[in-house]
Write a protein that binds this ligand. Structure first.
Ligand code: V47
Length: 461
């Protein structure tokens, strides 16, 4: 069994007094005039942009970054320092481990009442290429997945105008019956709101959400994926996904899911019409909600806090109890956001096809910024299907600790015209992780280690 080396320690508990002066016209270290020995920030990372020195000091000390500092992370030309800093934090939290899972994505239907302009997946019912699977077809895929040794099914689809609420509960309970070992992670927040309306509880507001989630949980739902968040901003909402739920509703669905004990993830779709300021705002909203969710856990673990902040990225000595939350630990009886997944926009075949989409460097920076700003979300996923496996390897060295899984079929985006069959083997995933310098660790959906013997597996004690 491969053991991960312990996380690197870059400790600097208190903010040091400024001890350097910089010339105002240059941002290179050669013009940095030291009056005292270099600070830890300078020694560890040698920022070429002097504006980053206090940011590095704050992160090393375990202090939360402000939105203005977040903007600087996006604007500085010193990408190297940002990525190095994200790597320090990632190693503090996860050491040398990179998580992957054996999963299957099932997109049960692409028929959708919405027409978000970034989305090339949706179809109207009578449009060419529209499809919907019967419950039996979904269950057939689930059985195959279980037989192949998968631990998770990730199920999402469009907002179908006709399928009754019972289709969704039957789908969950039939999978539970025929493939009981699979964890069912299903339905984005907008689908949950759609199901709330289908089950005639739209008028009940937040209580209606709790009720519909309870029904779905009773049928077999075990967690929510992070999709459909896009960018939490009214301007962007108006421009490219007008009819979809807004940020407060998305956040409420996840709050309700956490309240009834389901974990969830969060995504951020970037590189289209949004501005970097809006990405930072998106992160701030997630961070604030997670602070509230983890308040009791933080106190039970003896983690000190300023103003209710829960920072998980600091030096080891700040964590007398657990550093990373797990449902069931002291102080945590609810679910929480486990993972942030930044999703780079793919323009191909969407109504925004004229846009260029984000560059590789922007993808790398965004992963690093997510790691640094979302200091209370334990995991950062480089979803290899959208990032490519090669780029995902690089991202593991720049903030990401998770690469998603074997996937197999993926309908929502296609890199360079790939077919919907987008599969990688466990051997390839592990090789990619090792090549990047990390130790692969198979997890279940809740980040418990898996011990595997072929297609047979169990959760490690
Ligand atoms: O909700 C749609 C996005 C999401 C495009 O929770 C697009 O573990 C890029 O949420 N370009 C679905 N993105 C994927 C998703 C996800 C993926 C992997 C893991 C997890 C998780 C969640 O894909 C949608 C939407 O935000 N999307 N169209 C596009 N053209």
């Amino acid at each position: 069994m491969e053991e991960a080396p312990s996380p690197s320690k870059n400790r600097l508990p208190d903010r040091p007094e400024p001890n350097s002066t910089y010339t105002s016209t240059s941002n290179t270290m050669s013009t940095l005039i030291h009056q005292e020995p270099p600070t830890a920030a300078e020694t560890v990372l040698q920022p070429t942009d002097p504006r980053l020195v206090p940011v590095v000091e704050d992160v090393l000390a375990g202090r939360r970054l402000s939105p203005e500092q977040g903007m600087l992370l996006f604007e500085t030309p010193d990408l190297h320092t940002i990525c190095g800093l994200a790597d320090i934090v990632r190693r503090r939290m996860h050491g040398n481990v990179t998580w992957f899972n054996i999963n299957r994505h099932i997109n049960y239907s692409n028929i959708c009442t919405l027409s978000c302009s970034f989305c090339a997946f949706h179809r109207k019912r009578d449009e060419e290429g529209a499809y919907e699977y019967s419950v039996d077809q979904v269950v057939e895929e689930a059985i195959k997945a279980q037989e192949a040794g998968a631990t998770e099914l990730h199920i999402v689809g469009g907002l179908h105008p006709r399928l009754p609420f019972e289709y969704y509960t039957d789908m969950l309970s039939s999978i539970r019956e025929h493939a009981p070992k699979l964890h069912i992670k299903a339905f984005t927040a907008v689908e949950v709101v759609h199901l709330q309306r289908k089950s005639r509880r739209g008028h009940l507001g937040y209580e209606g959400l709790i009720e519909v989630l309870r029904d779905l949980k009773a049928a077999g739902l075990q967690s929510l994926p992070g999709g459909g968040a896009e960018v939490f901003d009214d301007r962007v909402h108006e421009e490219i996904f007008k009819s979809k739920i807004k940020s407060d509703e998305w956040l409420d669905v996840h709050k309700a899911a956490h309240e009834i004990g389901l974990n969830s993830n969060a995504t951020m779709l970037y590189g289209h019409v949004e501005k970097r300021r809006e990405r930072i705002h998106h992160m701030e909203l997630l961070r604030t909600q997670q602070d509230r969710t983890l308040a009791d856990w933080r106190a039970a673990q003896g983690i000190r806090s300023e103003g209710g902040e829960v920072v998980l990225t600091g030096p080891d000595e700040l964590y007398p109890g657990e550093r990373l939350p797990m449902t069931g630990q002291d102080g945590l009886s609810t679910g929480y956001f486990q993972t942030i997944i930044p999703l780079p926009f793919f323009p191909d075949k969407s109504a925004l096809e004229h846009l260029p989409g984000p560059t590789g460097l922007e993808n790398l920076r965004t992963i690093a910024v997510c790691r640094l700003m979302l200091d209370n979300i334990p995991h950062v996923k480089a979803f290899w299907i959208m990032q490519t496996l090669d780029m995902a390897q690089v991202m593991l060295q720049n903030g990401a600790d998770d690469i998603d899984g074997t996937v197999v079929w993926y309908d929502i985006t296609h890199v360079d015209g790939a077919s919907t069959h987008q599969e990688t083997t466990v051997t390839d995933l592990k090789r990619a992780i090792r090549e990047a310098g990390f130790v692969p660790a198979e997890r279940d959906t809740l980040y418990r280690r898996i011990r595997r013997d072929g297609s047979d597996w169990r959760i490690e004690e």
